[in-house]
Design a protein around this ligand. Structure first.
Ligand code: FES
Length: 511
């Protein structure tokens, strides 16, 4: 099996009988309203053999993994293999690029793409998160592509059991897809501190995965994206000490943790799993992630027209958007009493520019309604009115919009509300019901005992963030802290308060 990095989280896997592309992303408009761009630029790879694979495998619906522009360039008979998720969002985005065979595979079920190549997916446990690892077994070698998925320790161990042997290559992201904390109203110092913590949490997760899977080679990839619109250029600073570390920084940090079997692959670099050697693409002989100013300036000039085209496609509205806004949220409020209850607050929308206004959506049970003013909101979004029509029509999914970073948000209390994002991103009764069923199936009363610094605590067994089993993935730290290894939130065992993020409190009781 030969692997070629094709940019960001993209891989080409070659055997004697098949060429499979994983998460190819080449769109000249980047992704998320021309906000994210491939870094470094991978366009020199857009050649014939990339456009005629045996199959394309896509992990999840984020547009830096699922690129409708690229799919539209590929012949329509080439199948796309995806994980079966409860929401149709991924399937629908693929179909937007034209009809083609789509194979939806249940988690852990192998799909044979050639005599010498098969794949299976391992999805995150909660249906709230559409992320899945892709495992490729080819020529007797194994690739575990974690991309952006956060699997539990037992899922990782089960992968090793299922493949029954050595993991040859692990590819995984040191930079996650997020708008937190950059788009929230914090002071510069707070933002820097929160970004740094988030970066460290992700790096710790990467280290843990590598320790469990013990691959021969680990490839940190998928990032960071770069931001070429001058309005967003400040987010390139996240590479320095924030949520978007580059692959060399990830490898260097892993080395400090005594994890040294890492390889960085730039677009076009090849890794041979038999000889365990890298063949470097000469394009990058003078490239360095650490010396990016001149590179990004030239790259921004090459993409300026593509960025302008996105703004032209979404012109400023000429009429009030209030009625469409109200109808949209009144429909959403009827979808799931469970989600409304979990959100349980008023959310303000400050839509700036022609056709905009200040409006409130009240999700509280018994008060569900939409109002033409902002009042007593615990959460508030602010963005330009040009983005609202495609959000309301469904053309622009909310999560893609948030990932564009073209908005600001504030919240009080400063607590993450997973269900607010959930209802916006799914807006589908089936998907919301799948989440409700999953969450109700986790017995909230299930408890465990934790010992810390001579004291015993009875705490809830499932993490209040996304339900990870703390009996398996909880780590007691000095100072009476319980860390969830799911996303590395930490909880004070005395108060239950989340000390590293803004997640709901853990139920805890000193015995
Ligand atoms: S499940 Fe996300 S931090 Fe625990």
């Amino acid at each position: 099996m030969q692997l070629t990095a094709i940019g960001h989280a993209g891989l080409q896997v070659k055997t004697d009988q098949a060429t499979v592309l994983i998460d190819p992303w080449f769109s000249p408009e980047g992704a998320f309203l021309a906000s994210w761009f491939q870094y470094p630029d991978n366009h020199h790879l857009l050649q014939e053999d990339i456009l005629e694979p045996t199959a394309i495998v896509i992990s999840h619906e984020h547009l830096d993994h699922l690129d409708p522009w690229f799919l539209a360039q590929v012949p329509k008979h080439i199948p796309v293999v995806i994980p079966a998720y409860p929401s149709p969002v991924l399937r629908n985005k693929i179909l937007k690029a034209g009809h083609r065979p789509i194979v939806e595979a249940l988690a852990w079920n192998s799909v044979k793409l050639a005599d010498d190549l098969e794949v299976f997916f391992v999805s995150e446990e909660s249906p709230m998160n559409h992320d899945a690892a892709i495992v490729v077994i080819a020529d007797g070698k194994t690739l575990v592509n974690l991309n952006d998925a956060r699997l539990s320790p037992s899922q990782l161990r089960s992968i090793r059991t299922k493949i029954g042997g050595t993991v040859d290559v692990v590819t995984l992201q040191g930079a996650g897809a997020s708008w937190y904390p950059m788009c929230y109203e914090y002071s510069a110092a707070q933002k820097q501190d929160l970004s740094r913590r988030k970066r460290l949490a992700k790096l710790n997760y990467v280290a843990r995965v590598i320790r469990i899977l013990e691959p021969i080679t680990a490839v940190p990839f998928a990032g960071p994206p770069c931001f070429l619109d001058p309005e967003l250029a400040q987010f390139n600073r996240e590479m320095e000490d924030g949520i978007f570390p580059d692959p060399v920084q990830v490898a260097d940090w892993l080395a400090t943790q005594r994890i040294v079997q890492t390889t960085v692959l730039l677009p076009g670099d090849r890794w041979d799993t038999v000889s365990q050697s890298k063949q470097a693409d000469p394009t990058w002989s003078n490239f360095s992630f650490g010396d990016r100013t001149a590179y990004l300036e030239a790259y921004a000039q090459r993409r300026a027209a593509a960025i302008a085209a996105v703004f032209d496609r979404y012109p400023e509205p000429t009429e009030s958007l209030w009625e469409a806004f109200r109808a949209y949220f009144q429909r959403l409020l009827k979808m799931s009493a469970y989600f409304n209850e979990k959100i349980g607050m008023r959310v303000g929308f400050d839509i700036v520019g022609p056709g905009g206004g200040q409006w409130t959506v009240d999700f509280r049970p018994g008060f569900e309604d939409v109002y033409p003013y902002i009042s007593e909101c615990n959460y508030q979004y602010r963005f330009a009115s040009r983005w609202l029509p495609p959000l309301l029509s469904g053309e622009l999914p909310w999560e893609d919009f948030f990932l564009s970073l073209r908005f600001q948000a504030s919240r009080s209390p400063d607590v993450y509300n997973d269900h607010l994002l959930g209802i916006l991103k799914f807006a589908s009764i089936d998907a919301l019901e799948a989440v409700e069923q999953y969450e109700k199936s986790l017995d909230a009363r299930e408890q465990m005992t934790v010992h810390s610094e001579g004291k015993n605590y009875r705490v809830q067994r499932r993490c209040p963030h996304a339900g990870v089993d703390l009996l398996e993935a909880g780590e007691v730290l000095p100072g009476g802290i319980l860390r969830c290894l799911g996303h590395h939130y930490e909880f004070d065992l005395e108060s239950g308060k989340c000390t590293t993020g803004n997640c709901s409190a853990l139920k805890t009781q000193r015995l």
